[in-house]
Design a protein around this ligand. Structure first.
Ligand code: KIV
Ligand code: NA
Length: 275
């Protein structure tokens, strides 16, 4: 399994780091087989697999449940799990306890937290406790209410400078990598050059050390609209819907099951049965 040092080496060698989200056993298995470098059990699961409108309702229990399944499918891949909304803000001790559960109970290799300021202190505390932390700056969906919507961040000098300062603070606190969401490519390139730790972009252009996307977005699975920064490689929804429709109609017409899907008794056993 690749670890923190491999990711540092990849940055140094200018070898892109591929991260993809997964929320269950089969997806994790496929991601590992396809040589994804890092799997993210993102709290985006609240939207793409649980059907919520945002990531706000996601709980620590949800994250544990899904991380366990992912780790069973990808035992040899570095798994990062999101700490969900408000699971790392109430108190230091509760935050440490929640992060520890993600590692000990669920099997995560690192946790991810959104934001800077107080969160920076937590990154340091977690790191001191032996829990690797991935930071997440730019568009931070857990703060969508405060940000006022899902918008590109760091477009003006003031917010760009703040983002640079926050990124350095996260690195200084011990973050092993930084996810940059929805920031202009010029800013993410500058950040990538300035930082020693790998940057992993989503909607941050091509210059980051790595890229991350949501599994359901890249395969077109149950998602109606995808953001500008997503590339959809296939649309499995169409394939799945077609298969379900065919199954429904074959059952209705009794063209399924066929002989080859069916078990039967021997003739003499039948005689015994009916006398
Ligand atoms: O939850 C998630 O999937 C994420 C990525 C989009 C970075 O945080
Ligand atoms: Na997330």
């Amino acid at each position: 399994m690749k670890t923190r040092l491999d990711f540092m080496k990849m940055k140094k060698n200018n070898e892109p780091i591929v991260m993809l989200t997964a929320y269950d056993y089969p997806t994790a298995k496929l991601a590992e087989r396809a040589d994804v470098d890092m799997i993210l059990v993102g709290d985006s699961l609240g939207m793409v697999v649980l059907g919520y409108d945002s990531t706000i309702p996601v709980t620590i229990e949800d994250m544990i449940h899904h991380t366990k399944a992912v780790k069973r499918g990808a035992k040899n891949t570095f798994v990062v799990t999101d700490m969900p909304f408000m699971s790392y803000h109430i108190s230091k001790s509760l935050s440490l306890q929640n992060a520890a559960r993600l590692m000990q109970e669920a099997g995560a290799d690192a946790v991810k937290v959104e934001g800077a300021n107080e969160v920076t202190e937590l990154i340091e505390a977690l790191t001191n406790g032996g829990i690797p932390v991935v930071a997440h700056l730019g568009l931070t969906p857990q703060s969508v209410g405060v940000l006022g919507g899902y918008k590109v961040q760091g477009k003006d000098v003031e917010s760009a400078k703040r983002l640079l300062a926050d990124a350095h603070a996260c690195q200084k606190a011990g973050a092993i990598a930084l996810v940059l969401e929805c920031v202009p490519r010029q800013l993410s390139e500058e950040l990538t050059n300035q930082l020693d730790i790998p940057t992993i972009g989503i909607g941050a252009g091509v210059s980051t050390d790595g890229q991350v996307l949501v599994f359901h977005d890249i395969v077109g699975y149950g998602v109606d609209r995808v953001p500008k920064f997503v590339k959809q490689y296939v649309n499995v929804s169409e394939t799945i819907e077609g298969a379900i429709q065919q199954y429904v109609s074959e059952v209705k017409f009794r063209s399924f099951p066929e002989e080859r899907h069916t078990f039967s008794m021997k003739e003499e056993e039948l005689h015994g049965l009916y006398g």
